[in-house]
Design a protein around this ligand. Structure first.
Ligand SMILES: [Zn+2]
Ligand SMILES: [Zn+2]
Length: 285
Protein backbone atom coordinates (compact mmCIF):
# COMPACT_ATOMS: atom_id res chain seq x y z
CA UNK A 1 0.00 0.00 0.00
CA UNK A 2 1.08 3.58 -0.33
CA UNK A 3 0.74 6.72 1.71
CA UNK A 4 0.65 9.97 -0.25
CA UNK A 5 2.62 8.36 -3.06
CA UNK A 6 5.30 6.82 -0.88
CA UNK A 7 5.61 3.07 -0.43
CA UNK A 8 4.81 2.99 3.24
CA UNK A 9 1.64 1.68 4.86
CA UNK A 10 1.23 4.50 7.35
CA UNK A 11 -1.80 4.70 9.61
CA UNK A 12 -2.76 5.90 13.03
CA UNK A 13 -4.83 4.91 16.00
CA UNK A 14 -8.14 6.72 15.57
CA UNK A 15 -11.15 7.30 17.77
CA UNK A 16 -14.47 5.51 17.36
CA UNK A 17 -16.38 8.32 19.12
CA UNK A 18 -19.86 8.76 17.68
CA UNK A 19 -19.87 5.27 16.17
CA UNK A 20 -17.36 2.71 14.99
CA UNK A 21 -17.95 3.60 11.31
CA UNK A 22 -16.36 7.01 11.99
CA UNK A 23 -12.92 5.41 12.31
CA UNK A 24 -12.29 4.93 8.55
CA UNK A 25 -13.52 8.48 7.93
CA UNK A 26 -11.08 9.84 10.49
CA UNK A 27 -8.23 7.81 8.97
CA UNK A 28 -9.14 9.10 5.51
CA UNK A 29 -8.71 12.71 6.64
CA UNK A 30 -5.00 12.02 7.01
CA UNK A 31 -4.71 9.97 3.85
CA UNK A 32 -4.01 6.82 5.84
CA UNK A 33 -4.41 3.54 3.93
CA UNK A 34 -4.80 1.73 7.28
CA UNK A 35 -5.73 2.45 10.90
CA UNK A 36 -6.06 1.02 14.39
CA UNK A 37 -8.97 1.24 16.84
CA UNK A 38 -10.19 -0.12 20.13
CA UNK A 39 -13.36 -2.11 19.45
CA UNK A 40 -14.51 -1.38 23.01
CA UNK A 41 -13.47 0.74 25.98
CA UNK A 42 -9.91 -0.43 26.62
CA UNK A 43 -10.15 0.20 30.37
CA UNK A 44 -13.38 -1.74 30.99
CA UNK A 45 -14.22 -5.42 31.03
CA UNK A 46 -17.71 -5.17 29.64
CA UNK A 47 -18.59 -4.00 26.15
CA UNK A 48 -21.69 -2.96 24.28
CA UNK A 49 -22.50 -5.43 21.52
CA UNK A 50 -21.60 -4.40 17.97
CA UNK A 51 -24.87 -3.78 16.14
CA UNK A 52 -25.34 -5.39 12.74
CA UNK A 53 -25.96 -2.02 11.10
CA UNK A 54 -22.82 -0.45 12.62
CA UNK A 55 -20.78 -3.43 11.56
CA UNK A 56 -22.01 -3.25 7.96
CA UNK A 57 -21.42 0.51 7.90
CA UNK A 58 -17.89 0.09 9.18
CA UNK A 59 -17.01 -2.62 6.68
CA UNK A 60 -18.50 -0.69 3.78
CA UNK A 61 -16.60 2.48 4.62
CA UNK A 62 -13.35 0.52 4.93
CA UNK A 63 -13.98 -1.21 1.62
CA UNK A 64 -14.97 1.96 -0.27
CA UNK A 65 -11.70 3.57 0.78
CA UNK A 66 -9.73 0.43 -0.11
CA UNK A 67 -8.26 0.38 3.38
CA UNK A 68 -6.45 -2.76 4.43
CA UNK A 69 -4.64 -4.42 7.29
CA UNK A 70 -6.97 -2.99 9.89
CA UNK A 71 -5.68 -3.39 13.42
CA UNK A 72 -7.69 -3.62 16.61
CA UNK A 73 -5.91 -3.03 19.89
CA UNK A 74 -7.16 -5.31 22.65
CA UNK A 75 -8.11 -4.13 26.12
CA UNK A 76 -5.35 -3.11 28.53
CA UNK A 77 -7.00 -5.19 31.25
CA UNK A 78 -6.23 -8.57 29.72
CA UNK A 79 -3.28 -10.45 31.17
CA UNK A 80 -2.69 -13.71 29.34
CA UNK A 81 0.26 -14.29 31.68
CA UNK A 82 -1.96 -14.51 34.76
CA UNK A 83 -1.83 -17.65 36.90
CA UNK A 84 -4.57 -16.89 39.42
CA UNK A 85 -7.75 -18.72 38.50
CA UNK A 86 -10.15 -15.76 38.61
CA UNK A 87 -7.93 -13.36 36.66
CA UNK A 88 -7.15 -16.05 34.13
CA UNK A 89 -10.81 -16.82 33.58
CA UNK A 90 -11.67 -13.15 33.13
CA UNK A 91 -8.79 -12.71 30.71
CA UNK A 92 -9.71 -15.76 28.63
CA UNK A 93 -13.31 -14.59 28.37
CA UNK A 94 -12.22 -11.07 27.48
CA UNK A 95 -9.70 -12.33 24.92
CA UNK A 96 -12.26 -14.55 23.20
CA UNK A 97 -14.64 -11.61 23.09
CA UNK A 98 -11.93 -9.41 21.51
CA UNK A 99 -11.31 -12.08 18.85
CA UNK A 100 -15.03 -12.36 18.17
CA UNK A 101 -15.42 -8.58 17.79
CA UNK A 102 -12.35 -8.33 15.57
CA UNK A 103 -13.82 -11.00 13.29
CA UNK A 104 -17.19 -9.25 13.24
CA UNK A 105 -15.43 -6.15 11.93
CA UNK A 106 -13.31 -8.14 9.47
CA UNK A 107 -10.16 -6.78 11.09
CA UNK A 108 -6.88 -8.31 10.00
CA UNK A 109 -5.00 -8.01 13.26
CA UNK A 110 -5.76 -8.03 16.96
CA UNK A 111 -2.84 -6.48 18.84
CA UNK A 112 -2.36 -7.55 22.43
CA UNK A 113 0.21 -6.83 25.14
CA UNK A 114 1.52 -10.33 25.90
CA UNK A 115 1.04 -10.02 29.67
CA UNK A 116 2.79 -9.71 32.97
CA UNK A 117 4.42 -12.14 35.37
CA UNK A 118 3.12 -10.54 38.58
CA UNK A 119 4.98 -12.25 41.41
CA UNK A 120 5.64 -15.40 39.35
CA UNK A 121 8.54 -16.10 37.02
CA UNK A 122 8.77 -14.75 33.49
CA UNK A 123 8.98 -18.27 32.08
CA UNK A 124 5.80 -19.26 33.85
CA UNK A 125 3.99 -16.18 32.52
CA UNK A 126 5.22 -16.89 28.99
CA UNK A 127 3.93 -20.46 29.07
CA UNK A 128 0.60 -19.15 30.43
CA UNK A 129 0.43 -16.78 27.46
CA UNK A 130 1.10 -19.51 24.92
CA UNK A 131 -1.44 -21.76 26.60
CA UNK A 132 -4.07 -19.01 26.73
CA UNK A 133 -3.67 -18.48 22.98
CA UNK A 134 -3.92 -22.20 22.25
CA UNK A 135 -7.02 -22.49 24.44
CA UNK A 136 -8.71 -19.50 22.82
CA UNK A 137 -8.09 -20.18 19.14
CA UNK A 138 -10.83 -22.00 17.30
CA UNK A 139 -11.10 -23.10 13.69
CA UNK A 140 -13.97 -20.75 12.85
CA UNK A 141 -11.95 -17.61 13.67
CA UNK A 142 -9.94 -15.56 11.21
CA UNK A 143 -8.15 -12.66 12.87
CA UNK A 144 -4.38 -12.88 13.39
CA UNK A 145 -3.27 -12.08 16.93
CA UNK A 146 -0.15 -9.94 17.20
CA UNK A 147 1.91 -9.99 20.38
CA UNK A 148 3.20 -6.47 20.94
CA UNK A 149 6.82 -5.84 21.89
CA UNK A 150 6.95 -4.67 25.50
CA UNK A 151 9.01 -1.82 26.98
CA UNK A 152 9.94 -3.97 29.96
CA UNK A 153 8.02 -1.80 32.40
CA UNK A 154 7.02 -3.57 35.63
CA UNK A 155 6.81 -7.34 35.29
CA UNK A 156 5.61 -7.31 31.68
CA UNK A 157 7.10 -9.98 29.44
CA UNK A 158 7.84 -9.76 25.72
CA UNK A 159 10.57 -7.12 26.01
CA UNK A 160 13.12 -9.18 24.09
CA UNK A 161 12.75 -10.75 20.65
CA UNK A 162 13.80 -14.07 22.21
CA UNK A 163 10.86 -13.92 24.63
CA UNK A 164 8.43 -13.24 21.79
CA UNK A 165 9.90 -16.12 19.78
CA UNK A 166 9.58 -18.41 22.80
CA UNK A 167 5.89 -17.57 23.26
CA UNK A 168 5.11 -17.98 19.58
CA UNK A 169 7.04 -21.23 19.40
CA UNK A 170 4.41 -23.03 21.49
CA UNK A 171 1.42 -21.74 19.55
CA UNK A 172 -0.27 -24.49 17.56
CA UNK A 173 -1.97 -22.35 14.91
CA UNK A 174 1.13 -20.42 13.81
CA UNK A 175 -0.63 -18.88 10.82
CA UNK A 176 -2.81 -16.97 13.28
CA UNK A 177 -0.05 -15.23 15.27
CA UNK A 178 2.59 -12.61 14.68
CA UNK A 179 4.37 -9.67 16.27
CA UNK A 180 3.49 -5.99 16.48
CA UNK A 181 6.72 -3.97 16.77
CA UNK A 182 6.31 -0.77 18.79
CA UNK A 183 9.30 1.48 18.07
CA UNK A 184 9.01 3.28 21.43
CA UNK A 185 8.82 0.05 23.41
CA UNK A 186 11.69 -1.67 21.59
CA UNK A 187 13.90 1.38 22.11
CA UNK A 188 12.91 1.67 25.78
CA UNK A 189 13.59 -2.03 26.29
CA UNK A 190 17.21 -1.47 25.29
CA UNK A 191 17.64 -2.05 21.55
CA UNK A 192 19.63 0.63 19.74
CA UNK A 193 17.28 1.25 16.86
CA UNK A 194 18.35 4.90 16.56
CA UNK A 195 21.75 4.50 14.91
CA UNK A 196 22.10 2.92 11.47
CA UNK A 197 24.37 0.14 12.74
CA UNK A 198 22.23 -0.51 15.81
CA UNK A 199 19.13 -0.68 13.66
CA UNK A 200 20.70 -3.17 11.25
CA UNK A 201 21.86 -5.30 14.17
CA UNK A 202 18.47 -5.18 15.88
CA UNK A 203 16.63 -6.18 12.72
CA UNK A 204 19.09 -9.04 12.19
CA UNK A 205 18.33 -10.12 15.72
CA UNK A 206 14.60 -9.92 15.11
CA UNK A 207 15.04 -11.90 11.94
CA UNK A 208 17.02 -14.70 13.61
CA UNK A 209 14.60 -15.03 16.54
CA UNK A 210 11.02 -14.14 15.67
CA UNK A 211 11.64 -14.11 11.91
CA UNK A 212 10.70 -11.21 9.65
CA UNK A 213 7.70 -13.15 8.30
CA UNK A 214 6.17 -12.97 11.77
CA UNK A 215 6.49 -9.16 11.84
CA UNK A 216 3.00 -8.16 10.72
CA UNK A 217 2.23 -4.86 12.39
CA UNK A 218 4.00 -1.83 13.81
CA UNK A 219 3.33 1.07 16.15
CA UNK A 220 5.37 4.04 15.03
CA UNK A 221 6.06 6.20 18.07
CA UNK A 222 8.89 8.34 19.36
CA UNK A 223 9.98 7.72 22.94
CA UNK A 224 10.04 10.05 25.96
CA UNK A 225 12.40 7.65 27.71
CA UNK A 226 16.00 6.93 26.75
CA UNK A 227 17.18 3.64 25.29
CA UNK A 228 16.95 1.02 28.04
CA UNK A 229 14.76 3.22 30.29
CA UNK A 230 12.01 0.57 30.19
CA UNK A 231 9.52 3.45 30.14
CA UNK A 232 6.38 3.02 28.06
CA UNK A 233 5.96 6.73 27.31
CA UNK A 234 5.21 7.63 23.72
CA UNK A 235 6.28 10.95 22.20
CA UNK A 236 5.37 12.84 19.02
CA UNK A 237 7.45 11.86 15.97
CA UNK A 238 10.81 13.63 16.07
CA UNK A 239 10.29 15.11 19.55
CA UNK A 240 11.64 12.21 21.58
CA UNK A 241 14.83 10.30 22.26
CA UNK A 242 14.43 8.10 19.20
CA UNK A 243 14.16 11.22 17.09
CA UNK A 244 13.89 11.58 13.33
CA UNK A 245 17.16 9.67 13.05
CA UNK A 246 15.58 6.57 14.58
CA UNK A 247 12.20 6.97 12.89
CA UNK A 248 13.88 7.27 9.49
CA UNK A 249 15.31 3.74 9.85
CA UNK A 250 11.80 2.34 9.85
CA UNK A 251 10.02 4.50 7.30
CA UNK A 252 12.76 4.03 4.70
CA UNK A 253 13.23 0.29 5.21
CA UNK A 254 11.81 -1.37 2.08
CA UNK A 255 11.27 -4.64 3.94
CA UNK A 256 8.66 -2.86 6.04
CA UNK A 257 6.80 -0.99 3.30
CA UNK A 258 3.81 -3.34 3.32
CA UNK A 259 3.52 -3.60 7.07
CA UNK A 260 0.83 -1.38 8.63
CA UNK A 261 2.59 1.22 10.80
CA UNK A 262 0.20 3.01 13.08
CA UNK A 263 0.98 6.20 14.96
CA UNK A 264 0.04 6.15 18.64
CA UNK A 265 1.53 9.47 19.63
CA UNK A 266 0.24 11.28 22.76
CA UNK A 267 -1.76 14.02 21.03
CA UNK A 268 -3.61 11.44 18.96
CA UNK A 269 -5.42 12.79 15.93
CA UNK A 270 -4.64 16.37 17.03
CA UNK A 271 -0.94 15.68 16.51
CA UNK A 272 -0.96 13.52 13.38
CA UNK A 273 -0.63 16.41 10.88
CA UNK A 274 2.64 17.38 12.52
CA UNK A 275 3.81 13.76 12.81
CA UNK A 276 3.03 13.23 9.12
CA UNK A 277 4.90 16.39 8.16
CA UNK A 278 7.97 15.04 9.95
CA UNK A 279 7.67 11.64 8.29
CA UNK A 280 7.19 13.17 4.86
CA UNK A 281 10.27 15.29 5.53
CA UNK A 282 12.27 12.08 5.91
CA UNK A 283 10.71 10.41 2.85
CA UNK A 284 11.36 13.44 0.65
CA UNK A 285 14.99 13.18 1.78
ZN1 LIG B 1 -0.15 -1.44 22.77
ZN1 LIG C 1 3.16 2.04 24.50
Amino acid sequence: MTFRGYSITLGGHVSTAGGIWNAPLRAEKFGFPTFQIFSKNQMQWNAKPILEKDREDFKLKVKERKMEKIMIHASYLLNLGASKELQRKKTLNGFSEEIRRADLLDADYLVIHPGSAGDGTENHAMSNITEAINESFRDDQRVTVLLETAAGQGSNVGYTFEQLAQMIDGVQKKDRVGVCFDTCHVFASGYDIRSKEGYAESMDRLSSTVGLAMLKGMHLNDSKGEKGSRLDRHEQIGKGKLGLEGISNFVTDKRLSKIPMCLETPLGEDGYDRDIENILGILKG
